[in-house]
Design a protein around this ligand. Sequence first.
Ligand SMILES: [Mg+2]
Length: 281
Amino acid sequence: MEDVFAGYRRRHDYLICMDSDGCAMNTMEIKHRKSLAPCMVYEWDLGEYRDAIMRRWREISLYSMDRGINRFEALAKILVDVNENYKRVEDLDSLLNWVKTSKELSTDSLRREVERTGSPALKKALEWSELVNGSLKMISEKNKKPFEGVREALEAAEQFADIVIVTAASRTEIVEEWGYYDLLKHVGLVLTQETGSKEYCIGKLLEYGYQKDHAMMVGDSPIDQRAAKAEEVFFYPIMVWKEKESWEEFRNHALDKFREGTFAGEYQAEVEKEFVQNLTR
Ligand SMILES: [Mg+2]
């Protein structure tokens, strides 16, 4: 595979890793509502429970501590729910087992597993995932906008920090979405699901000589937070329903604190507390 890090240079002492879906770009709601959830209803023929399932999907994938989980993990959780409450799901254990044990939860690795096992549930999950990929392409870039204040935040941040996109979305999605709004020029590198986990990406970037207390992950999900903790860099949360305010705070206060060395301790704890409260209320 092509080495995405080839040619990358550290330009500043500070590093800001930035998630995309639900953080910089207002894409989560529409992707789940128009693609992931309805494709599941279609694939498992759940039309008569459509409303309840759509609601459950949104709760899990958007408005809980599971926000931002991998699509196959979300699928497994909801199919367990369906199996218990609505309709028997054939061969469910095969899917649960794959989700629990596979090192890579992607469409490609699922395809290999289907070829190896021929499991009906895995086959359906694969069809669903391909349907999702196809239908995501049909959502116009016009409906996948950056949140208000993101452009200004990027402009302020790039004055003293290198900005790198660190996301679990696919490279194609990111390049199209950020390219459409002419935001790629603020970014030194695009690291996606094809590069590896967020933790891995942050770790690789630190090898370029950024000190840990000069590095930060900006994200909207507990997964971003965990990746930041694992690599011992700061975490700045973009809060669901309060994205505009989060970006304002980032530009007006968080960036200065980061630069001046006062982000650690009280401020870090405060924004994290608010973040968790916002997702669990
Ligand atoms: Mg996100």
